[in-house]
Design a protein. Structure first.
Length: 334
């Protein structure tokens, strides 16, 4: 059956609205491409949201002599920029000058460029923020690039922190970082990222609406049929009630595992959460027979044990009803 949530083609506008660098990195990971995002901090960001476009690559070098034709290739690069392209300034992390600023941003925007990713320093940050031109950079520097840095090549493969950016590759940048998608896997990577984004949206909506939680509560309440056991004398009815209670408890356990997986979004924390869930279940399962033995010895019957079991099940249903409906996020401490 065709996936009705998967469109026949996914445009850049749709990508900008739905995808992020994290989703794209996950998709690339699933394709075996685990090193497509430069491991750099990008503290300078002139806009919020996600920047998406095609790479317009430039390679930069430093110079210590006077330039007889300053800005020549820089201006050529922005003048030849095409709509929906992102300027990639590969400067080797040099902070010798603010190689990108308001004037280049204005010229690039006039050519259809949608943003710039600068492996170096920029200046005129306040002006670029005001004009809402997306720029991601390593630092700021007030020095002009004249006689300090210059473009040596345009539309060539460049590297940033060991990651290769080819001309026209699809590139993403947001608050989490930068990631480039090789042309050979673009269609599949975008499809996988799109699918994951919409699956997560459906899961998020289901959590907020409490659908899985409601079903969990229903099964727990149905397992409270254990309370009726003390009132039944017929063996067949007794076996039926016990079977219903055990089946509902088993279903509730499975739903509880699924609900935990929904609520804990950090992949590395899912295993920890499941471990605590299983540990608690095992401890409780070990203590119940012991407690039951003492209750039977004390009272001479199983009546109180069944009533206690029913009370605990009912209490757990109330606890489930009051649980959070928001996904849990665990931030790592460094």
């Amino acid at each position: 059956m065709a996936d009705l949530s998967q469109p026949a083609s996914i445009s850049l506008a749709m990508i900008r609205e739905s995808l992020s660098t994290a989703l794209v990195c996950d998709a690339l990971d699933s394709l075996g491409l685990r090193e497509q995002s430069p491991r750099l901090a990008w503290p300078v960001k002139t806009t919020a949201g996600v920047l998406v476009g095609r790479c317009k690559t430039t390679l930069w070098s430093e110079r210590t002599t006077a330039d007889s034709h300053p800005y020549e290739k820089e201006l050529l690069a922005v003048d030849t920029c095409q709509p929906d392209q992102v300027m990639i300034a590969a400067a080797g992390g040099s902070l010798r000058s603010g190689l990108w600023g308001e004037l280049l941003s204005t010229a690039a925007r006039n050519s259809g460029c949608v943003g710039a990713i600068v492996d170096g320093a920029v200046r005129d940050v306040a002006q670029m923020i005001e004009m809402q031109f997306p720029v991601f950079a390593l630092a700021t520097c007030p020095y002009d690039s004249k006689d300090r840095q210059f473009v040596t090549a345009i539309d060539v493969a460049v590297e940033i922190a060991g990651v290769t950016f080819h001309p026209h590759d699809l590139v993403f940048a947001d608050v989490d970082g930068v990631v480039v998608v090789p042309a050979a896997v673009e269609v599949e990577a975008v499809r996988r990222a799109w699918t994951k984004a919409h699956n997560e949206n459906r899961t998020r909506d289901a959590i907020k609406q409490g659908k899985r939680r409601t079903l969990l509560i229903v099964f727990i309440l149905l397992s409270c049929t254990v309370l009726l056991i003390n009132m039944v004398a017929n063996e067949m009815v007794l076996l039926l009630l016990i079977s219903i209670s055990l089946a509902c408890i088993s279903s509730a356990l499975s739903l509880n595992i699924a609900l935990t997986n929904d609520l804990v979004w950090n992949p590395e924390m899912v295993g920890v959460a499941m471990g605590f869930l299983m540990l608690g279940g095992n401890i409780f399962g070990s203590l119940v027979p012991i407690a039951t033995g003492y209750i039977v010895k004390w009272t001479g019957s199983f009546d109180l044990a069944f009533y206690l079991a029913g009370f605990l099940l009912f209490a757990s249903a109330l606890i489930c009803f009051t649980m959070t409906r928001q996904p849990l996020s665990f931030e790592e401490s460094i």
